[in-house]
Design a binder for this molecule. Structure first.
Ligand SMILES: NC(=O)c1ccc[n+]([C@@H]2O[C@H](COP(=O)([O-])OP(=O)(O)OC[C@H]3O[C@@H](n4cnc5c(N)ncnc54)[C@H](OP(=O)(O)O)[C@@H]3O)[C@@H](O)[C@H]2O)c1
Length: 333
């Protein structure tokens, strides 16, 4: 599927799993320069392998990397020149694999967010075009059982993490005199002077309308942030906050940056698997699906497709929207 995101510099928090990982693969296949952000480097290696199309991503090892590396590209592990690590099931060229990077960061920590944004921008020729905030967590607990620690943990990741990543990335997303007919202007930044791996590939859009290049932020909220849900009041509150944050920032950041959010219903990801495990057999995936007009829950790729469509530069007049991707659930009222 083509979304027009070739050479766009994309940062995806939560890109090591589930919806974020599926979005990373869709953007990468479209030719974007993609950085995925998560807390666990080992998970990051396996995620890069999965995104790159390895037949055995769980076996991915990056033997040449220094212990505890904060960032590495798929080329460093999967192309494996000289290290013997080449995963022969990965189809991409070294150049294609170099467009795919992992950055270790905890989105609840401001310094981590600033570092992640700086690294992604460095490998993206000093800019970020698209930020997808998919890092998130779920917890099922009725109000009478919710502790202050539960509240803080969920709000920290789902709301504060989203806000901190936007704050960190925004300076790299602001226009610097470029238009759709021309590449970014000089900023005097060291990364630009020294040149980064994306330098040769970063090209301008060609629509020629004279508008600033399209930049956008996409937050992953939830249907639970629009309509509420049983047994997870803090999660619902956190996702409601993400919807409100999206709308407020769509106003504050216009016309430079479009800000939208996606509101998925249940999606078959590790988060949902953990939810089912926590419910200890109380309900199944199939039973969850029965509540949907479409009769099933979503695959992560179906949500990823909407993320990429909303991010597409062809979608340049959409901002402040909360887009349900929920098999008709919110249409039930
Ligand atoms: N699955 C669903 O049914 C569903 C429905 C509606 C909305 N959503 C929302 O969609 C988003 C993605 O969910 P998912 O189902 O794809 O979940 P997932 O498979 O569990 O992935 C969650 C991702 O968040 C990252 N993450 C969590 N805490 C983090 C932190 N403090 N710092 C950095 N990264 C962090 C994890 O990476 P590391 O572990 O590597 O740090 C992981 O990559 C979430 O916001 C979720 O609330 C999901």
């Amino acid at each position: 599927m083509e979304y027009g995101c070739k050479n766009k510099v994309v940062v995806i928090t939560g890109g090591t799993s589930g919806i974020g990982l599926a979005a990373a693969r869709a953007f990468w296949l479209d030719g974007a320069i993609v950085s995925i952000v998560g807390r666990d480097s080992t998970k990051g290696m396996k995620a890069l392998a999965r995104i790159a199309g390895s037949k055995d991503p769980e076996a991915a090892v990056f033997p040449g990397l220094p212990e505890g590396a904060d960032t590495f590209s798929a080329a460093e592990g999967l192309a494996g020149e000289g290290s013997g690590a080449r995963d022969s099931s990965v189809p991409g060229t070294e150049e294609e694999l170099a467009r795919l990077r992992y950055i270790r960061a905890d989105v609840t920590k401001p310094a981590d967010c600033r570092m992640a944004a700086a690294i992604a921008a460095y490998y993206g020729k000093d800019r970020i075009d698209i930020l997808v905030n998919s890092a998130g967590m779920y917890q099922e607990k009725r109000i009478e059982n919710v502790s202050v620690a539960d509240y803080n943990r969920i709000m920290d990741v789902n709301v504060k993490g989203t806000l901190l990543m936007i704050q960190a990335c925004q300076p790299y997303m602001l226009p610097r005199g470029e238009t759709e007919t021309g590449a970014a202007g000089e900023t005097g930044n060291a990364a630009q002077e020294t040149g980064s791996p994306a330098e040769e590939t970063a090209v301008a859009d060609s629509a020629g309308s004279g508008r600033a290049q399209d930049r956008c932020i996409i937050n992953i909220a939830s249907d639970a942030g629009i309509g509420g849900n049983y047994g997870c009041p803090v999660y619902c509150a956190s996702k409601g906050a993400v919807v409100s944050l999206t709308k407020a920032l769509a106003l504050d950041l216009a016309p430079d940056i479009r800000v939208n959010c996606i509101c998925p219903g249940d999606v078959d990801t590790p988060l949902l698997t953990a939810q089912l495990a926590a419910a200890e057999g109380g309900y199944t995936k199939e039973e969850m699906g029965e509540g949907y007009p479409l009769g099933r829950i979503a695959a992560a790729e179906e949500v990823a497709h909407v993320i990429c469509s909303v991010a597409s530069p062809a979608n340049s007049f959409m901002t402040g929207a909360a887009v349900p991707v929920d098999g008709g659930l919110t249409a039930l009222g």
